[in-house]
Design a protein around this ligand. Structure first.
Ligand code: ADP
Length: 272
């Protein structure tokens, strides 16, 4: 059975490779099965919690997690699951929606940069600066010349963050068109979920192919050693959770966060 380290290697987009989502299987499970995944996810989350505790205590590194995916790909569900692992003090979630007039009056990275995590923190982005080469491209909200220059700008921005002690992990949640149809229908049919659904979602669904092309370009042009993309087969929620929790835990472990000693006290202190 595949282990977590295999997933990290298998799902990472190697810098410089051309990604075609149509050639990847969003229902892949890499030999895992649902029954065994539950306890495995619980273990990964426990490990994540303990790593976050050290990261927070040490306060030397920041971790930025970027989540992208088409509507209903499972960004919210992933955040809910992974957040179970974390102490809310030390973790922030930022959702990037249609920019406000104030945000639009600045450069596109302005609102993003304000939300990047500080040292010791984990910051999760629900959508991100990548919208500025996704929805913005698909709807031609700016000229091609403007959005096409952004891949290099984004790589430079992320490299700057990385050079200042931010570890960046980017997850692209991949579902297929039929899975989106099923999820939309289920949302609409469930009175507790209908609020999540809008006519705009149906309009966007018509542009499925345009989005896939835009995703292919993002994944091909912006997976770098400083900020790699992982394409997560996300048709099955349990596999998505397992893959994200495993890759995150392995990434945090790679930082070897450690509890610091209080700088101003002797190691053999006995309190009277
Ligand atoms: P959710 O993320 O749950 O789908 P919304 O339904 O409010 O939340 O959708 C947010 C919308 O904001 C998405 O359609 C997304 O494409 C859009 N959006 C995010 N960033 C930008 C941006 N920079 N320019 C234009 N639209 C954006």
């Amino acid at each position: 059975m595949a282990q977590s380290t295999d997933l990290r290697e298998a799902l990472r987009v190697k810098p410089g490779t051309r990604v075609r989502l149509s050639a990847l299987d969003p229902a892949a499970t890499f030999g895992h099965d649902k029954a065994a995944a539950g306890p495995l996810i619980a273990k990964r989350l426990e490990r994540l919690g303990s790593l976050q505790d050290r990261l927070r205590a040490e306060a030397k590194e920041a971790v930025l997690v970027v989540l992208q995916g088409i509507d209903a790909a499972g960004k919210d569900g992933t955040i809910q699951k992974v957040m179970e692992a974390f102490n809310p003090q030390g973790c922030t979630v930022s959702a990037f929606k249609v920019p406000t007039p104030e945000e639009l009056s600045h450069d596109y990275l302005w609102r993003i940069h304000k939300r990047v995590p500080a040292k010791g923190e984990i910051g999760i982005f629900n959508r991100s600066h990548y919208e500025d080469v996704l929805v913005v491209r698909v709807h031609a909200l700016v000229p091609r010349k403007v959005w096409s220059a952004r891949y290099a700008q984004i790589n430079a921005f992320e490299e700057t963050l990385a050079a200042s002690g931010t570890t960046i992990v980017k997850f692209f949640l991949s579902i297929d068109r039929d899975e989106q149809r099923k999820r939309f229908q289920a949302r609409f049919d469930d009175p507790t979920k209908r609020w999540k659904f809008s006519a705009r979602d149906l309009e966007e669904r018509k542009r499925w192919d345009d989005y896939q092309a835009a995703f292919d370009d993002v994944l091909s042009k912006t997976s770098t050693s400083a900020a790699p993309w992982y394409v997560i087969p996300a048709n099955r929620n349990w596999f998505r959770d397992l893959a994200v929790a495993s890759i995150l835990a392995d990434t945090l472990a790679g930082l070897t966060p450690a509890y610091p000693a209080p700088p101003d006290l002797p190691a053999d202190l006995v309190i009277e």
